[in-house]
Design a protein around this ligand. Structure first.
Ligand SMILES: [Zn+2]
Length: 645
């Protein structure tokens, strides 16, 4: 005998059935009475209290409430990503592909359409990349999905399920964006709204191309037309599919400008796209086996950008280097008005084809100076950007593409700039640039060491100087004869090596001039926040300026202070590494030791605290020596425990 609550439930079930039917009907007749969310709530409630309801069987969903699973023919791996032109150029240089196929990266939901002898048998969502949901019933209603192909093809077509902006605005404006709407509808059990979606295709592979053997992806030889990305697109178009916008370029900078044009016009596109996919034209089976293929990359769009016009280029002079800065028509970007934007170097200007008058895309991320990220178009009256050819010293400038500079080692600009930098880093007041300029022009002071050779008498003889001023200046200079290593190095005005950079290096344990000079580029690169280019600049600067530095130390009786002992768990401990480490490069481990107050040794001695090795039984000289001297031998894991990581 049914209880009263059972009766209540039955009544509720009938009520829900009626509502769902009615709203489905009104929806199909283009007159929806309730929002999708309200409909979903009714649907879910019915499913919760009566999972076996006939309504679910009528619309073809399985009674478990979950789509059945299906395996992909063409596995969906993950993709390399480039967030900006610099990252993209780094990838392009590394792969050096002869042809770059560039396709719109549609912002929707991935789908695989599976065909057997030309008939659509299955449509599978992305899922985990290997296995996804079988949404065939929904897919059959979508635009661009062919139930039958003109040829007897067996294999997989890859595409993106998208909702056009027009449909989103007209019918689904309650959904946050096109992608959310497309995703939600694609996965509806009742298929409601699937007819408003469209599948746009970009890849195709015949069955048997991919196989998994013991979990390993296996890719057989790819035959025409499926071995060429452009031929694939032609094939898809010929079969009747909608295909993504596809372009072919050979120069990475052309891709950067193309991206800028797409970004500039993306508001008027029928679909949302969130970037470009750049891939090798020729399909490389070995590359496709990789979990993340290297020969393709998602070149993302900036989150926020502005369009402006490049009106002038200023050349900022720092020492011997000339750096281009774009002056643009003021534009609002990320909450600020932007008037100037970085142009990096002459490679950037030439590569992007920038001219005075160019329409450009300007991007700002966080606090960094805005950058010009690509050319949108050059008006007919655009003019070439003049690049300075000669330094004020008369020497022809060298344009390395990445750097424009005066190669004259005796260039006054360089030497004078160094003197100014020295006085500024040491904060030596009253030594105005006027006096410095006169001393420099007269040839009396050409290097930092010369500063310390100045006598009060000769200084006082300089125009408008007088005894009192001269005494003050020299006193200021000589009271600052104790300085930190970071101040000393930064004062020598090495290109791109400022105080903060040297402080990082010192904190990493290179805390004496000799120790710093002995450091290799690799060791310096391993210092957090440095990078190889900076490390190289520092190492080369130290070598070039070695004589000048030594001369300054003796001329000024300079004392380079040893930094206050670094506090850290490894203070007082010394480490020597041998053999390979599993978790990090040796240089990184050594930097870690220094940053935590410890020291690094290259050989084993009695007072060494620890020899770190993952292979204590290797019989290496260091192992034997440590054993014979009773030096503790620890593993990488034990080492990491000591560092607290
Ligand atoms: Zn010069």
């Amino acid at each position: 005998m049914p209880s009263s609550s059972d009766t209540d439930i039955q009544q509720r079930v009938r009520r829900l059935e009626n509502l769902v039917r009615r709203y489905q009907e009104s929806y199909y007749n283009d007159q929806p009475e309730v929002s999708d969310a309200e409909f979903d709530a009714l649907w879910d409630e019915l499913k919760a209290i009566d999972p076996g309801n006939r309504l679910f069987r009528i619309v073809g969903a399985d009674s478990s409430g979950v789509f059945s699973k299906a395996r992909h023919v063409l596995p969906m791996g993950s993709q390399e990503k480039a967030a900006n032109p610099d990252e993209f150029l780094a990838w392009a240089r590394k792969t050096a592909l002869p042809d770059l196929v560039v396709q719109d990266k549609l912002d929707g939901a991935s789908i695989e359409l599976q065909y057997e002898d030309g008939l659509l048998v299955r449509a599978v969502t992305r899922g985990d990349g290997m296995i996804g949901d079988d949404v065939s019933a929904n897919a059959r209603k979508m635009g661009g999905v062919l139930a039958q192909l003109p040829v007897g093809f067996s294999g997989a077509i890859r595409g993106e399920v998208v909702m056009s902006r027009a449909v989103h605005t007209q019918r689904f404006s309650d959904k946050a964006n096109c992608r959310n709407a497309a995703n939600g509808i694609m996965k509806r059990k009742d298929g409601l709204g699937a007819e408003f979606l469209e599948v746009i295709c970009y890849d195709v592979a015949p069955r048997g191309l991919y196989d998994t053997v013991a979990g390993d992806l296996f890719v057989t030889q790819v035959a025409a037309p499926f071995n060429d990305e452009l031929a694939k697109i032609d094939w898809l178009k010929g079969a009747g599919f909608h295909v993504v916008g596809t372009k072919l370029f050979t120069d990475p900078y052309e891709v950067i400008d193309y991206r800028a044009r797409v970004v500039a016009g993306r508001d008027s596109l029928p679909y949302d796209i969130d970037g470009l996919v750049v891939k090798n034209r020729e399909v490389d089976p070995d590359d496709m086996r990789r979990a993340r293929p290297e020969k393709q990359i998602a070149f993302k769009f900036p989150l926020e950008e502005a369009l402006s016009t490049l009106v002038a280029v200023e050349w900022s002079e720092s020492g011997a280097t000339y750096t281009p800065i774009g002056v643009i028509e003021p534009v609002r970007l990320a909450g600020t008005t932007v008037k100037r934007a970085n142009l990096a170097n002459t490679n950037t200007i030439g590569g992007m084809g920038l001219k005075l008058g160019s329409r450009v895309v300007v991007v700002k991320r966080g606090e960094i100076i805005p950058k010009i990220e690509g050319l949108v178009e050059n008006p007919p009256d655009a003019r070439d950007i003049p690049v300075p050819a000669t330094c004020s010293c008369g020497t022809s400038l060298v344009d390395e593409g990445t750097r424009l500079y005066c190669p004259n080692p005796a260039c006054p600009k360089k030497a004078l700039h160094r003197l100014e930098k020295w006085l500024s880093v040491l904060d030596i007041r009253d030594f105005g640039t006027g006096i410095l300029g006169r001393l420099f022009e007269s040839g009396r002071v050409e290097s930092i060491a010369d500063l310390y050779g100045l006598s009060m008498e000769e200084l006082a003889a300089y125009e408008r100087m007088g005894d009192i001023s001269a005494a003050k200046v020299l006193q200021n200079l000589h009271t600052r004869n104790e300085l930190t290593l970071a101040e000393f190095i930064a004062g020598f005005d090495i290109e791109n090596i400022g105080l903060l950079i040297v402080e990082k290096v010192v904190a990493a344990g290179f805390n004496t001039l000799d120790g710093l000079r002995a450091a290799t580029v690799d060791e310096l690169t391993a210092v957090d926040g440095l990078g190889e280019i900076t490390a190289r600049a520092l190492a080369e600067g130290l070598a070039t300026l070695a004589d000048q530095m030594d001369a300054s130390v003796s001329a000024g009786s300079l004392v380079i202070k040893t930094p206050v002992e670094v506090a850290g768990p490894l203070v007082g401990l010394s480490f020597c590494f041998t053999g390979e480490l599993a978790g990090m490069k040796r240089s990184r481990a050594e930097a870690l030791v220094r940053s935590l107050g410890g020291s690094v040794r290259s050989s084993v001695a009695k007072d060494l605290s620890y020899l770190v090795t993952n292979d204590p039984g290797s019989g290496s000289t260091k192992n034997k020596k440590a054993l014979s001297l009773g030096v503790a031998i620890i593993s990488e894991e034990e080492f990491l425990a000591l560092t607290g990581r």
